[in-house]
Design a protein around this ligand. Sequence first.
Ligand code: NAD
Length: 484
Amino acid sequence: MITENLEVKTKNYIAGEWQELQGEGVSVYNPSNTSEKVGDMYFSTEEQAFEAVAAAREALPTWKKKSGSEKSAVLYKMAEVLEKSAEKVASLASREMGKPIGEMRGEVMRAVNLLRFYAAEGIRPDGQLIPSSEQNVVQYSRRVPLGVVAIITPWNFPVAIPIWKIAPALICGNTVVWKPAEQGVLTATLLMEVFEEANLPKGVLNLVIGKGRVVGNVLLEKAEIDAVSFTGSTATGQRVAAACAQRNIKYQTEMGGKNAAIVLKDADLEKSVPVILGGAFRSAGQKCTATSRMIVEKAIYPEFVAAIQKALNEVVVSEASENPYLGPVASKSQYETVSEYVELARKEANVIGEGPLKTDKQGYFIQPMVVDGITAEHRLFQEEIFGPVAAVVQVEDFEEAIDVCNDSLYGLSAAIFTNDMNKAMRFLDEVDAGMVRVNQETSGVEYQAPFGGMKWSSSYTREQGQAALDFYSQVKTCAIKYQL
Ligand code: NAD
């Protein structure tokens, strides 16, 4: 049954049953209008996290035996029911974490497409025939499941990120315990209500609502799980990696970014600058791939600043329900963190321009801001802000641009704006980032292609596309001597 009034109360979904949560609740308010209540958040105990893992463990033998097409049918059904409820899910998510409804609809459709993409993997080859050096031997390798996978997700893509983990995990034959971020739990509860209609076998997908330090900790340190897929901050990712390495279970950590857009002197500024700002400020700069560093050749700097100031007039911040260019940031704590960087920018940098604020609602609105007058070593140019603040540094030439771009702890995404094919190709070769793009914003990754970062942005695995199947499985090499 789908929640009709969209004022949601969090619940667990364990072994195919809803589980009411007790204890002190926290009311959730719309970040676009903090007087509008969206729902109530209740949290699980440690015992409930153990129950979720036990349910996934019990469901594992039957699920992993299913044929590819049987698993595929379940994923196609999940896609169908999500598509049917897309508007409801997008609307709740937009009210819960402030992403403009248009972007949120796009995110839900991405999740539908991901489910269909991985459903189709159920009938694709899952191994290789490898010639043997002996006679009368058939040798092949095949992917087999990992077991019970814990999926720990952030709030900034409350639908797409969980699905780009859950769908490949299930098609590879694993069972799942999903722990969403605290700021995305209402959407997670609704999503599970929607998936209930897909008649997943009991225990194959379990939702456990809870705090990172309680439920997250049980999953990482105590419960009997076989793998963890985590997306979130680099600080938490480091903890996940250490805990999993200690237990020798497979893990993947997709973490922060400090993504750069390089602008060379031959770039078409009129066309490029709006694209760069889209990469910086859509979703209020709360994408892990958002542009937060701009690296510009000195020869065109005055023209670049003028183009930024002109284009910023179009970057209007308003309530998410009106589908503006950008809405509020997701929560009070996000507002406080980003506001500290805004203060720092006003004190230590030069503000080139700000996008207009057009709402009279009380919400977590932050005017998008572009600043310069700092060095490439400054905190504003090195730390992940995760909000609508971008900083610019001037460089002499292409070589210096590459050096400045690579001078970062992170290596998630980078872009170059140029018509010089030679430099574009050198950029693709020389930049240390997992996602490198020419004349395109740093975000906007397609679901059928591998996604992930280098350096402190990732644990070197990849999500989405067929690359995700490598994480959610392990390889068995089989050999049969059919005549002794
Ligand atoms: P976060 O690290 O605070 O939380 C992520 C998840 O980890 C949440 O579910 C949280 O409850 C859980 N968690 C927190 N402490 C834990 C602990 N001790 N043990 C186990 N789990 C714990 O991150 P966030 O604020 O939700 O998300 C924003 C961050 O995510 C940004 O840094 C952003 O760059 C990153 N991100 C990365 C990608 C990517 O693919 N690289 C995508 C989206 C977001």
